[in-house]
Structures are given as structure tokens and as C-alpha cells.
Write a protein that binds this ligand. Structure first.
Ligand code: GTP
Ligand code: 5AD
Length: 366
């Protein structure tokens, strides 16, 4: 299936392939059934084991670093059965971790049943999947236990300030902080842990929250992960100066309490640190100052059923269109293998030849 350019509403960010070459992926159905024993691997030898499925690009928050505040959902949503079929085929190819994303995934009715169905899948080696969700937490308090019961393993909550007023200014929704805090605690208390809290830092907005978040991690027994701001927003406000880097975060936090780095898995996005007294863990996700593309194990499916091989892809690959045309599971697997083999080597954030991604974060999934 041909790769697709973004719809008109997104095209103002899209500058085509002016500087770099992006080979269009024109694929046909395979001639005969293949046997897929080898795990999914790209041409750089990276094994793809981590799948993120966005189930909606709607969001009930309008975070200033993510959305303009004027635009709503842009892309469609598929029936859960379609995501499930995609997941099943991908799991047969070696996926072991599935993260449900959005938009805000808890807005989608039926998400608990979706988790239940995912939890039945077994990896190619026969084990259970690691099933996680990234949510803004606003609706989580009442859903944490049902999600846990359905087979969810872990929750990551996005939270960009521990000060309720600042939180409201960032999300542009009044009174959200208490809901999110309650949701995060409900997830922690029902065993959806370790609960991770993602905080995107942006200069001029919330860098003064670094130390309060350190205290929060210790008090609330959650892992707070600071994320360097990436150029994936609707408003095009990103500039190198807006990024609070790993080094800066470490310096600020060390003024509060000494940190000790702890080992992290190769494919993990975050560098991990614990406080010297053993209480509390923080992480830093530093795609801008310390890119981790060389160990990337991720692919994404968008809410409308496209495969994205990188957050910064300028093309996506229409898996759902193949399904609509009656492709068999083997056809889908063949397509996925070809798409994955062409996964981008790395992002080009901050470089002169950077071409913005064809979708912004809310329309990709985190
Ligand atoms: P676990 O390791 O399973 O806990 O998940 P994770 O760290 O992959 O999860 P999460 O969805 O919380 O991702 C954290 C953040 O890392 C995302 O919101 C992105 O900001 C960033 N991130 C995740 N994947 C990529 C990637 O492939 N490239 C880049 N540049 N950033 C990524
Ligand atoms: N840069 C880094 N992280 C981002 N997120 C959203 N937009 C950006 C960006 N431009 C984060 C959200 C959430 C996750 C899905 O991605 O805050 O934690």
C-alpha cells in the first residue's frame, strides 16, 4: 500500500522530502504464503519488540506545548477489532510490549474490553504481553481498577506541573490537577505500577517544577520522568532554546539532593536515577541532547490504522487500507516486514536538514 501524505489540515507543517530522500513504500500482496519465524528487524539490525497503538487523536486537554487550542481531532478511529487484528499479527512477528496511546485513550469507550482482548494474546515465545497505557489521568480514578482487572500491567500519567494553578495554565482546563492526582494514586494503589509520571519541560513554562517533582516522586512513590521538549507540537513553538536538557535537569536536581544513576535497558527511553538516600526514582528522557535512536525498538499504529516507523516520520504506511482490501494475515505480515525494514535510522532534530514530522504528537500517540 502506498505511503500517504498528511491531510490538508496538517500540511502546513509538511515540507515534503525537499532535502532528504524518503522512498515511498509501494507494496503489493505477496504471491504466496510465507512463514514468519524471524523477529521483526529493520535494516540497521534493530529488533522491533515495542508497539504503540493510538486509539483516538481526541484529547480533553489542550496542553500549550502540544496543541494550538483550536484544532480538534483530525484523523479517524477504527473499530477495536481492527486494532486487535493488527496487534495479533504484530505479536506473531515478535512484539512483546503494547502501549495504548492517544490523544487521550481513556476517552474511547470500550478501552477496558480492548485491554482484556489484548491480554489474551501471547508473544511468539508464548509469554504474556507487557500492556501499558499512557494517559493524561483525568478519567483514570474510576478506570484504574477495571483496567487492572482486564489485564493492564502499567500506567504512565502525563503531568507537567505539581502546582495546580500552573497545571491548569498548561493544560488549559480548569481544576484538572485533582482528578489527575486521584487517577495516578488509584493506578498506583491497585498495582498498575511502577506508575510513571511524564513531565515535558519547556523553558519559561515549568522548569521551576523540577525540584518539586523530585519531592513528588519521593512522597508519592512514583517514577517521575522529565522529557526534553521535541518539535512535535501543533504551534511550531519549538526552538533549541526552549529545551531543558538532561544536563540542566541533573544540575537542578542535584542542588536539591544527590542522585545516583542506575542502569537502564538498552531500548529504554529514560536514563534512570535514584536519590542517594534510596528514596525515590526519577528518569530523564533526552531525545534532543542524548538521542536513543540507535536502540529504538518501537513502531506505532495511528488511530486511523497507519504504521509509523518513527515519531519523526514524514510518511506513514496504510495498514488499514490493506485490511479493507481483504488482505490475509500473511499479507499484513509481509507488508509490516517491508515497512519495518525501512525504519528511519534516526531523527534529525536541531539539524539544518530537519523536516517536520507529517503529524504532530497528539495525532501520532506518544
Ligand atoms: P516504558 O519503557 O514501557 O515504561 O515506556 P516508555 O518510556 O517507552 O513510555 P512512554 O510512552 O511514557 O514514552 C515516554 C516518552 O518518550 C514519550 O512520550 C516520548 O516523548 C518519548 N519517546 C518515546 N518513544 C520515542 C521515540 O521513539 N523517539 C523519540 N524521540 N522519543 C520517544
Ligand atoms: N515533546 C516531548 N514530549 C511530548 N509529549 C507531547 N508532546 C511532546 C513534545 N512535543 C508527551 C506528552 C505525554 C506523551 C504522550 O508525550 O506529555 O507524556
Amino acid at each position: 500500500m502506498e505511503t500517504s501524505a498528511p491531510p490538508a489540515s496538517e500540511r502546513r507543517h509538511w515540507k515534503g522530502n525537499a532535502r532528504r530522500e524518503y522512498p515511498a513504500c509501494r507494496l503489493s500482496f505477496p504471491q504466496k504464503t510465507r512463514s514468519y519465524k524471524l523477529p521483526l528487524t529493520d535494516k540497521f539490525g534493530r529488533a522491533i519488540t515495542d508497539l504503540r497503538i493510538s486509539i483516538t487523536d481526541r484529547c480533553n486537554y489542550k496542553c500549550v506545548y502540544c496543541r494550538t487550542g483550536n484544532e480538534g481531532a483530525v484523523y479517524g478511529e477504527l473499530p477495536f477489532g481492527d486494532y486487535l487484528r493488527m496487534a495479533r499479527v504484530l505479536v506473531s512477528l515478535g512484539i512483546t510490549k503494547v502501549r495504548i496511546t492517544g490523544g487521550e485513550p481513556l476517552l474511547r469507550k470500550g478501552v477496558v474490553d480492548f485491554v482484556r482482548e489484548l491480554a489474551v494474546l501471547r508473544s511468539a515465545k508464548g509469554g504474556s504481553l507487557d500492556i501499558a497505557i499512557t494517559t493524561n489521568g483525568h478519567l483514570l480514578a474510576d478506570m484504574a481498577q477495571p483496567l487492572k482487572d482486564a489485564g493492564l500491567n502499567r500506567v504512565t500519567v502525563s503531568m507537567d506541573a505539581v502546582d495546580p494553578d500552573r497545571f491548569a495554565r498548561i493544560t488549559r482546563v480548569p481544576g484538572g490537577f485533582d482528578h489527575v492526582l486521584a487517577g495516578m494514586r488509584a493506578a498506583r494503589d491497585c498495582g498498575l505500577g511502577p506508575v510513571k509520571v511524564n513531565c515535558v519541560l519547556m523553558r519559561g513554562f515549568n522548569e521551576d517544577q523540577i525540584v518539586p517533582f523530585g519531592m513528588f516522586a519521593r512522597e508519592e512513590r512514583v517514577i517521575v520522568r522529565f522529557i526534553e521538549f521535541m518539535p512535535l507540537e501543533e504551534d511550531r513553538v519549538w526552538a533549541p532554546e526552549t529545551v531543558i536538557t538532561l544536563d540542566e535537569i541533573l544540575t537542578r536536581m542535584a542542588e536539591y539532593r544527590p542522585l545516583i544513576e542506575i542502569p537502564h535497558a538498552h531500548s529504554e527511553t529514560a536514563r534512570r536515577y535514584r536519590f542517594e538516600d534510596g528514596i525515590g526514582e526519577i528518569g530523564i528522557i533526552a531525545p534532543v541532547s542524548h538521542p536513543f535512536c540507535g536502540h529504538c525498538s518501537r513502531i506505532r499504529i495511528t488511530s486511523d490504522g497507519k504504521i509509523r516507523t518513527c515519531l519523526f516520520s514524514v510518511w506513514d504506511h496504510d495498514l488499514h487500507e490493506l485490511m479493507r482490501r481483504g488482505a490475509s494475515d500473511d499479507d499484513l505480515a509481509h507488508f509490516i516486514r517491508q515497512v519495518v525494514s525501512r525504519k528511519e535510522q534516526r531523527h534529525h532534530i536541531g539539524e539544518p536538514d530537519f523536516v517536520p514530522a507529517s503529524r504532530t504528537m497528539v495525532h501520532i500517540g506518544g
